[in-house]
Design a protein around this ligand. Structure first.
Ligand SMILES: NC(=O)c1ccc[n+]([C@@H]2O[C@H](COP(=O)([O-])OP(=O)(O)OC[C@H]3O[C@@H](n4cnc5c(N)ncnc54)[C@H](O)[C@@H]3O)[C@@H](O)[C@H]2O)c1
Length: 312
């Protein structure tokens, strides 16, 4: 059994990770300010996790590190204010959560002397590239403030590895989907928006022609990959790993799986057009590969939301 901090543990991805770690009998502590996350996400693990409701700010966490965090073995750092649009509308607030929040988490890791720091970054750091699939050693080319903030978090993680020998894994996630995608606030993931539109009998909105591609990854595959990152002993003390479905799908193709009318809106600026993950490195180092096909994953998601909508 290990003692594990999950920052952002009340959010969509974080709460699934927490449930899986609790199931494996680890001692889990969530650090979250509940800005976009919610207690409801942690219902399954209620009573089995400790929750520190606080922002990742120097004065809240580092001035006096809460005793309950002593002896932590691993930190998964997921706390962030994600979504491109939000970072464009609120560059300073998102910088504080995404960049300052990351250096606070790293400082916490250093001061607690943890074994590994696992930072959840984003495929957005690749931005526009000349070729696909996207592999980890490509030079990042971020196209918006969110992507740049995640990249700064990566660079801080790298320098903490170099300066303090902190073992670091950076995971670059590609469009994750699954239950609990409904986070608080007005900035939504594409499938969340579509599910809400289906519920209110509206057409699914698509920006541009819908020929832009993304690499959709199921939450169960992502969580499995994150935990393998924690448990696998790697040769190098610093690695970047893509976790993606390994297949690009256009937004128009995806909308067909939701079986609804669509409405086209003007394209959104500052977004890369194509994304596809090269997942060979995670396959080789973690013995990980996605096991949920996109058709099967969307079918499960639609089922889940039919039940969710009729019970709330
Ligand atoms: N969802 C995706 O498709 C996707 C893709 C790539 C990367 N990511 C990354 O995965 C992580 C989790 O994303 P998500 O989709 O679960 O988002 P989410 O908004 O559901 O979760 C983020 C969590 O962080 C918390 N939080 C925000 N600011 C905080 C702060 N300053 N201090 C403490 N807690 C704070 C929120 O309350 C929330 O619970 C993020 O780092 C995001 O950048 C997500």
């Amino acid at each position: 059994m290990s003692k594990i901090i999950v920052t952002g543990g009340a959010g969509f991805i974080g709460s699934h990770l927490v449930d899986a770690l609790v199931e494996q009998n680890h001692d889990v502590i969530v650090i979250d300010n509940f800005s976009t996350g919610s207690k409801k996400n942690l219902e399954k693990s209620r009573g089995k996790v400790k929750i520190l409701k606080t922002s990742l700010l120097i004065e809240k966490i580092l001035k006096r590190i809460p005793k309950v965090l002593n002896g932590t073995d691993y930190i998964f750092h997921l706390a962030a204010l994600p979504r491109i649009e939000r970072s464009i509308n609120d560059p300073i607030g998102t910088h504080q959560a995404n960049v300052e929040g990351t250096i606070v988490a790293l400082e916490l890791a250093r001061q607690l002397g943890v074994k590994k720091f696992l930072f959840v970054s984003s495929s957005s750091v690749y931005g526009i590239q000349k070729r696909l699939p996207l592999f980890e050693s490509l030079l990042p080319n971020p196209q918006n403030t969110y992507a740049y903030q995640k990249l700064m978090g990566e660079y801080y993680s790298k320098i903490y590895n170099q300066m303090y020998n902190l073992e670091v894994i950076i995971f670059r996630l590609f469009n994750v989907y699954g239950p609990r995608m409904f986070s608080k606030g007005s900035y939504k993931l594409v499938f969340t928006k579509w599910l809400e539109q289906i519920r209110s009998k509206q057409p699914l909105t698509i920006y541009g022609k819908g020929d832009q591609t993304r690499d959709f990854t199921s939450i169960t595959d992502v969580v499995r990959g994150l935990i393998l990152g924690m448990t696998t002993e790697l040769k190098n003390q610093y690695e970047i790993l893509n976790l993606g479905g390994g297949q690009q799908k256009s937004i128009r193709e995806m909308a067909k799986l939701f079986k609804n009318n669509v409405q086209f809106l003007p394209p959104r600026p500052y977004e890369e057009k194509f994304k596809e993950a090269d997942i060979n490195k995670a396959k080789k180092l973690l013995n990980w590969k996605p096991s949920t096909s996109i058709d099967e994953g969307i079918k499960k998601l639609l089922n889940y939301y039919t039940i969710y909508s009729t019970t709330r």
